[in-house]
Design a binder for this molecule. Sequence first.
Ligand code: AHM
Ligand code: MG
Length: 344
Amino acid sequence: MPFLQTTKLKTISQHINEAQNMHPEATGEFTSILNDLAFAVRIISRDVRRAGLNDILGLTKDTNYHGEQVRKLDTYANDVIKSSMKRSGHICIMASEEDDDIILNPVQNKKAKYVFVFDPLDGSSNIDVNVTIGTIFGLYKRIDPNSEDPGTIDDVIQEGYKQVAASYALFGSSTIFAYTTGQGVDFFTYDPTLGEFILTKENVRMPTKGKSYSANEGYYNKWSKEMQQYIDYLKTIASDKSRPYSLRYIGTAVADVHRTILNGGIFIYPSDSSMPKGKLRIVYEANALAMLIEQAGGRATDGTRRILDIKPEAIHQRTPLFAGSVEDVLECEQFLRGEHPFQK
Ligand code: AHM
Ligand code: MG
């Protein structure tokens, strides 16, 4: 077995503790929340890796708030995360893709000031076919951190720029845990033999321009003319070889975004004639992904507005999402405004 790179050998707990030591005023609550999160991811990773051997594939009899059929792994991941994140007592309220309503924490301490939002299993349609899936998380402080009352929906539907941390886990060829606290993005890779997440990429920066786009092009005929024009443009051969772009689409937003952070390019889930507000949910999908993209030097908008500036009005509100390398997203926005000179 190849050796680990030992120059910067650091586990996620060591990394989180070092960050805490740089803030003498820190109470340790935040550190405890991040450690609980890493623990939940370890559990889900273990069970995803054994999918097929355990009874975790397939559908439940339920449909969720979005009218989608709930898979067993959606429910399982949702339960694991809720019970792990309740434990510390520092989280007063949560919201999940799989719960219609807000989730109050029965074990919160009176001064619990954190709000936790998550998509327990992103890319559900890929679960049963062994394709990469992931989990998305966002963390906020409640609006009045001194309040001793139960959290409310207003604590959950804050603008994304107020997130104090955002994170995702990816269950792909290896399990990756990415997180930001607003000081860059770090990636950790799970070593199952050690039972530890090891720091593998620090302060990740994405290219300012890429050479691939990621969108469900099967919906081309449902898109706006402007959106179609942009994709036509990306596919047109340019004399300077800057185009055509490659198409890469997994159908798991967190995996498509992860690749885009590493390689550059653009991830798109636009509105269309059957989903005029897009598909992805702003509170627990787009906001966390947008914070990570921005922290890696990229751009994330709904076509006109910065995702992180949008004030959500409901837990399960949807948004179009255009995220990736700054130059690619800016160029896409130019098309959406009808201002790009390209004519097919
Ligand atoms: P999910 O959270 O229920 O899995 O749904 C969100 C997913 C995203 O991960 C992905 O980008 C999108 O839905 C794929 O949708 P489509 O099949 O329409 O391309
Ligand atoms: Mg999702």
